[in-house]
Write a new protein. Structure first.
Length: 256
């Protein structure tokens, strides 16, 4: 699969989508992204092309006279179903991703695509470091639900994990995170991303200030996600990494 395939999908996708009641809006949203190095702009965009969900993220530094892209990703997943016992469950199946990050001015690129026959994710790396170059096949662990990390809000919704956990009296819903920024995440964040797949869970934590709050646990770390009642993403707090995401001009209190 050529590296331009995912980006070209956007050229053929309509700018509007039928909006169903209780379903998050599609399109573009801009957030403020804050970490220990400063405040940046995070542009997120999600669109549907038939049964394909495409999510695009760009982390942009606007401190200087021009806008500089620091990270970007495109995630492609397909809405489908899996058979469990005598019934079928609707799922969102990750199929392909592209991720680019600039570290100390150098470009690091990764590309993944699903290999259904082998039940693997094919990974291609291109970077300035020999250890992060070449191709490999990584087997999927046994599980029902898988989400690209940078497509987490959309994936949790499409897999019904948000609605089901909200109606389960605080019970955790298990799934697997696919670190689409693997393996470069190990240089960007602390104590996560050593393996492509990471077991995770999501739990509804209540309603605060008219927003639905969920706790996602990944590799012994907690990320707080807040949504509207239609499951539009509003805020994210990853306190152990010093990362907050919120509408421009707003901040997330650490005690939330």
């Amino acid at each position: 699969m050529k590296s331009s395939v995912l980006f070209l999908l956007f050229l053929f996708m309509g700018c509007s989508s039928r909006l169903l009641q209780g379903e998050p809006r599609l399109g573009k949203t801009t957030f403020s992204y804050v970490d220990e190095s400063g405040t940046f702009s995070l542009l997120r965009e999600s669109k549907l092309l038939g049964q394909k969900l495409v999510t695009r993220n760009q982390l942009i530094d606007k401190k200087d006279s021009g806008a500089k892209v620091l990270e970007k990703s495109v995630l492609l997943s397909r809405i489908g179903s899996i058979k469990v016992k005598n019934k079928r469950l609707v799922t969102l199946r990750p199929e392909a991703s592209e991720y680019t990050v600039w570290i100390e001015g150098k470009k690091y690129f990764s590309q993944m695509h699903l290999n259904p026959s082998k039940k693997t994710m094919s990974l291609t790396l291109n970077s300035p470091e020999a250890k992060w170059n070449g191709t490999s096949e990584i087997s999927f662990p046994k599980g029902k639900y898988f989400c690209f990390f940078n497509q987490m809000p959309e994936c949790l919704f499409r897999n019904y994990l948000l609605s089901n956990s909200k109606n389960s009296d605080g019970r955790k819903m298990d799934f697997y995170v696919i670190w689409d920024n693997y393996p470069y995440i190990t240089d960007l964040l602390t104590a996560v991303g050593a393996k492509l797949f990471a077991p995770a869970s999501v739990k509804f934590d209540g309603e605060y200030d008219n927003l639905l709050r969920y706790i996602v646990e990944i590799e012994n770390q907690v990320i707080l996600y807040q949504f509207t009642k239609s499951f539009d993403l509003v805020k994210v707090a990853w306190i152990s990494q010093g990362i907050t995401i919120a509408p421009p001009g707003q901040e997330i209190a650490e005690d939330e």
